[in-house]
Design a protein around this ligand. Structure first.
Ligand code: SF4
Ligand code: SF4
Length: 321
């Protein structure tokens, strides 16, 4: 049986490093603490050095056999594959954007605001806080086929398509091209605001051919779950409820705006699902600890980060049962 099927037999915990996160140093650390804490799928961007980093992190945690690696690829201009860009003419150097970035991607040099593209995940938090309109996000889109090709023989357990484009033909063409080189388990991640119910059902039928494993990531409000509020996770639970009503055989993972409140809300609404994915919320919780130069050498720092990750996993599991 595929590793991913075994993981999905009971409710899983997925940790999202960020589909556009190319910061290998951070990813090794995140994979180490969250796989140690029991997150059994780690979701990464489609870069060879990132894949190597996540493998190192999981191996450090001694969780290689029980943790699956999911590679995220984007279908046409998906928001997860954008990066922030500063318009220097409009920037007044107020620095309000710096603490807003949970990726530590914004920094100063010679009295200028700069973005570290490898760290940026395109979440747009900085865009929203900048009242001068000095930040926008630009697509760094590459075709799913070209993103996946260098990784195909490197041992990945799941490929996830991020499909916020509304044209089903474009999605279908891209997915079919990838399927000509990759035959393993597939996931799709949809932003609730981009597709109506009918289109979502149609898309599932396009991607799902026969009995293959299909994982559906019900992305309520992508990259919005920094704070532990019901508001950000409402759309995810509503999305899962809609999928349940369609009676299609697939695995559903709650994602996008998810936090500790997600399983509680899902329980209150009596929703069936196969796992919860945490991204922004879980990354923000350990942001300062994993940014430290001495992270792997300083036992106390490492234990603090592990403790936070374990508590998050524990709180999620209590309400997932
Ligand atoms: S918030 Fe906008 S104006 Fe202020 S430093 Fe950041 S980019 Fe510049
Ligand atoms: S706030 Fe989001 S979009 Fe802005 S620099 Fe940070 S990661 Fe990139």
């Amino acid at each position: 049986m595929e590793k991913i099927n075994k993981i999905l037999e009971s409710k899983c915990l997925k940790f999202i490093c960020g589909a556009g996160n190319e910061n290998s140093k951070e990813i090794e650390r995140l994979a180490y603490i969250y796989s140690s804490a029991g997150f059994n799928i780690i979701d990464i961007s489609s870069k060879k050095d990132v894949l190597d980093a996540v493998k190192r992190g999981i191996a450090r945690a001694n969780k290689t056999d029980e943790t699956a690696i999911c590679v995220s690829i984007g279908v046409h201009d998906d928001i997860h594959f954008k990066k922030a860009v500063i318009n220097k003419q409009k920037c007044n150097f107020c620095k309000k954007c710096i603490p807003e970035c949970i990726q530590n991607a914004i920094f100063t040099e010679d009295n200028k605001i700069l973005i570290d593209e490898k760290k940026c995940i395109g979440c747009s938090r900085c865009v929203k806080i900048c009242t001068n309109g000095a930040i926008l996000t630009e697509s760094k889109y590459k075709t799913p086929y070209s993103m996946l090709l260098p990784l195909i023989s490197e041992g990945i357990d799941l490929v996830e398509f991020h499909c916020s484009v509304s044209d089903l033909n474009v999605i279908s063409e891209n997915i079919n091209k990838v399927k000509s080189i990759y035959t393993g388990p597939v996931g799709i991640c949809l932003d609730r605001s981009k597709h109506c119910d009918e289109k979502i059902t149609e898309l599932i039928n396009i991607v799902k051919s026969g009995d293959e494993t299909l994982i559906f990531q019900a992305d309520g409000n992508p990259m919005s779950g920094c704070d532990n509020e019901y508001g950000t996770t409402l759309q995810t639970v509503a999305f899962a409820q809609m999928l349940e009503s369609k009676n299609i055989s697939l695995y559903v993972i709650l994602s996008g705006g998810t936090n500790i409140k997600t399983p509680l809300l899902a329980k209150m609404c009596n929703i069936k699902y196969n796992g919860i994915a945490l991204g922004s919320y879980a990354r923000k919780a350990v942001k300062d600890l994993i940014a430290r130069d001495d992270f792997f050498d300083n036992k106390s720092v490492r234990l603090q980060a592990l403790n936070i990750a374990e508590n998050i996993a524990k709180e999620l599991k209590v309400n997932m049962l």
